[in-house]
Design a protein around this ligand. Sequence first.
Ligand code: ZN
Length: 260
Amino acid sequence: MSSNWFKRKLANGEAVTRSWLVYSPSKKSAYCICCLLYSRSEHQSTLQQEGGFSQWKAPERMTVHKNAKNHRECFTLWKELERNLTEKKGILGVELQLQIEKEKQKWRDILMRILHGIKYLTKQNLALRGHRESLQADGNSNVGNFLGLMKFLAVFDPVMREHLALIESHPYALSYISPGVQNEFIHIMASTVRKNLLDSIKKAKYYGLLFDSTPDQAHREQISEVVRFVDIDFERKTVCVRESFLGFLHLRQKDAASFV
Ligand SMILES: [Zn+2]
């Protein structure tokens, strides 16, 4: 098969592309994409059969296929799908699309509130969890700072009020406020903060590393890794020395002994 097969010559000499024609190198055959997708006819052309079209000495068969009623119907459906997709209507109905967009926006709004709540508490060095972490807890239980903050937000914010009311009435509904989700958010934020810190440290010309070792609660040696670097802002013409804690390094017992 040559590239000429993908062009059709009109009587005036103009060439038109056969957009529906596709070639499979593994099968060494040609197919009609719109008939493959839409044809329900019992009389299948070779262009839509599994073996495909490979009668390269009979190019007139392409014209016969193009003019066939079944092909024209399939081609119209295919072009309609293309038009819907390019106009961003999607293949689903407009109403359903709007509903999906509304649902997406609702979850984005809820997640933004949860994320900012966690960001505020972690920035203030406050523990997120409480003694009894449940929205159904009685008034005297401490539900923790995170749930407490979400409940506080719900007093003024209709998005959170509706979300918490749904969780209270359906305890197994999707909530995104579980300790697992809280930890996931903290880890995502921590890796972003760490990446930003490392980016500024890499740019710095002068820096120093500080390591300090202390045993943790399980008497395991842990080493804190701190970087001091000179942050120069040429635009604002400011110079300051910054100190950033990057994390703990846990050592094996024998390494810890030699380190100390
Ligand atoms: Zn066709």
